[in-house]
Write a protein that binds this ligand. Structure first.
Ligand SMILES: Cc1cc2nc3c(=O)[nH]c(=O)nc-3n(C[C@H](O)[C@H](O)[C@H](O)COP(=O)(O)OP(=O)(O)OC[C@H]3O[C@@H](n4cnc5c(N)ncnc54)[C@H](O)[C@@H]3O)c2cc1C
Length: 511
């Protein structure tokens, strides 16, 4: 076993998990990444001396990581300090209204009742019941399946699952479906936003994506040291199992011998021998031939539109005028214009929704003086095509600041020593061939979820892992894809069944 060499290209969530699980099985694993730190999108930026989480901030589905830890004989709480948040998110509207959603369903019910009336709160309860059913119906035949097809999924749903899907109307858009659940437009907007968690428009995402709301209602955690601590933890555990990590090491070619993977060549000129390669970059890079002409055909699934990109501002600054919680969302009255601008006109929205993660809040610690913030607005993934003009950036910045100010929060988003901006062009450089798309392909239309590649590529010895492949984007989903890639590789070596690592390791969202 020890002589089977695996190179994992990319130390994103999926790459880190794959490497850890393959090393646990006794394989010799080297991870190479062009970045100078582990985590990929889970990255920290030093702003004014403070380490600001500048990628994912909402940690959900912790059971995925409980399983990863259990598979190597440890527990998440023994490796990291994590806190369950009481407030899932605080939502603000231009008209001055505010709504918190809580971990406690009764507290959320009471908040919705005070916000929009008891009848709407009852509809909220019914909505939660539906999202629970949708999640439960799809977890096994889709999320945990290594390579779901429509036919297999329908077969796996069973009569109850089929009835649930029929109620939701999977051919409907999320936006359309939410109109049947809520009469208050603000609640429709709030729950529609969950489509953006996989980089999609609520107007084009299927209604089944309402299950993302359920994932959040099942629990949001904060990691001490930031989300980046999770990546560091996976790397530390991998090192203990013998994984070698090489940073500042861009892979420029996956070498093939007689059509099979035989190694990788780094930009430095070094070559690494490999019997198998796990590719954790976006599969768009393979399609574009960035890893060599031989792996261009590794992915044969249909190309879908790119998911959302973003403009982010990582800040270290005092705040005043508004009681922020950890996760804060600032909404406009006209939501549709944001997605029209991005997906139909490939433009920055004139009036973006603004997300603010106040990462020193929500866990009971007191905040004095400068605090660490990540602000984010959605943007088109055109970072490889045309640069945003300085006017476009200035307008977007001004509009975002105006919205925050209208809600009572004064923030300076101009780049400075205490504010670092990241644009779609920057994301495109960090994540090649994506145009800055942060969530792989958009989940637009009912079939889009089946259009993702699975862990096995068309090239023998090459496996795929990450947010651009099944089961899709998001920290826990990418981690699952890492497990699936490790399982597929091990299965090919005749050591396990391909679905074993993920599908039989137990666990449900209620863990
Ligand atoms: C701003 C932002 C906010 C987000 N918010 C959330 C959130 O709140 N909750 C959530 O769950 N998810 C969120 N996400 C999504 C989540 O971060 C991603 O889906 C997930 O982290 C992707 O992991 P991955 O395994 O696909 O690897 P990636 O993070 O995409 O990492 C891939 C790695 O591969 C490396 N690489 C690529 N090509 C090469 C090459 N040729 N040679 C060497 N190295 C290479 C890259 O340098 C990178 O380190 C957010 C993402 C961003 C950017």
């Amino acid at each position: 076993m020890a002589e089977h060499q695996v190179v994992v290209i990319g130390a994103g969530m999926a790459g880190l998990v794959s490497a850890l699980q393959l090393a646990q099985q006794g394989l010799s694993v080297t991870v190479v990444d062009k970045a100078n730190q582990p985590g990929g999108k889970v990255r920290q930026i030093l702003v004014d001396g403070a380490a600001v989480d500048s990628g994912p901030t909402v940690f959900t589905m912790r059971w995925v990581f409980d399983q990863v830890m259990a598979s190597i004989g440890t527990r998440l709480e023994d490796e990291l300090k994590i806190h369950r948040l009481n407030v899932l998110a605080r939502h603000f509207w231009e008209d001055g209204s505010q709504l918190n959603l809580y971990a406690d369903p009764q507290a959320s019910y009471n908040a919705v009742a005070a916000f929009a009336g008891v009848a709407e709160a009852d509809r909220f309860t019914q909505f939660c019941k539906t999202t629970r059913e949708v999640y439960d119906a799809l977890e096994k035949p889709f999320i945990r399946s290594p390579s779901p097809t429509m036919a297999q999924m329908m077969g796996g749903l069973g009569p109850r699952g089929l009835a649930t899907l029929a109620t939701v109307g999977p051919m409907r858009s999320l936006w359309n479906s939410l109109g049947k659940h809520f009469t208050d437009p603000r609640l429709r907007q709030l729950f529609a936003r969950y489509a953006t968690y996989c980089g999609s428009s609520p107007w084009e995402a299927p209604a089944t994506l309402m299950l993302i709301a359920q994932v959040e209602m099942d629990g949001v955690w904060a990691v001490e040291g930031g989300m980046h601590a999770l990546a560091q933890c996976l790397m530390r555990l991998g090192s203990q199992k013998g994984v070698q990590y090489k940073f500042n090491s861009e892979c420029e070619r996956i070498e093939l011998t007689q059509g099979r993977v035989s190694g990788v060549r780094l930009q430095s000129g070094d070559s690494l021998r490999a019997n198998s390669v796990v590719f954790n970059g976006d599969i768009a890079a393979l399609r574009a031939g960035l890893l060599g002409a031989g792996t261009r055909q590794a992915v044969t699934t249909k190309v879908q539109p790119r998911s959302l990109s973003a403009i982010t501002w990582s800040l270290h600054t005092p705040t005043s005028g508004l009681a922020l919680d950890r996760h804060n969302v600032f909404f406009r009255s006209n939501y549709a214009q944001e997605f029209e601008a991005i997906f139909q006109h490939s433009r920055l929205p004139a009036q973006p929704t603004v997300y603010v993660c106040a990462q020193d809040r929500g866990t009971g610690a007191s905040v004095e003086g400068a605090e660490r913030l990540l602000c984010l607005v959605n943007a088109p993934a055109n970072g490889d095509k045309r640069g945003l003009s300085s006017q476009e950036l200035a307008d977007c910045t001004a509009s975002s600041q105006e919205l925050l100010a209208a809600c009572g929060l004064s923030l300076q988003l101009e780049p400075s020593a205490s504010c670092i901006r990241t644009t779609p062009q920057d994301f495109n450089q960090l994540f090649p061939a994506t145009g800055g798309a942060l969530y792989g392909q958009a989940t637009h239309g009912w079939m889009a979820a089946f259009a993702r590649s699975n862990a096995k590529s068309q090239v023998p010895g090459l496996y795929l892992a990450g947010g651009s492949v099944h089961p899709g984007p998001g920290v826990p989903m990418a981690a699952m894809s890492g497990q699936l890639a490790a399982a597929a590789l091990m299965a090919n070596l005749g050591l396990t069944k391909s679905s074993q690592v993920v599908a039989t390791s137990g666990g449900t969202l209620t863990h």
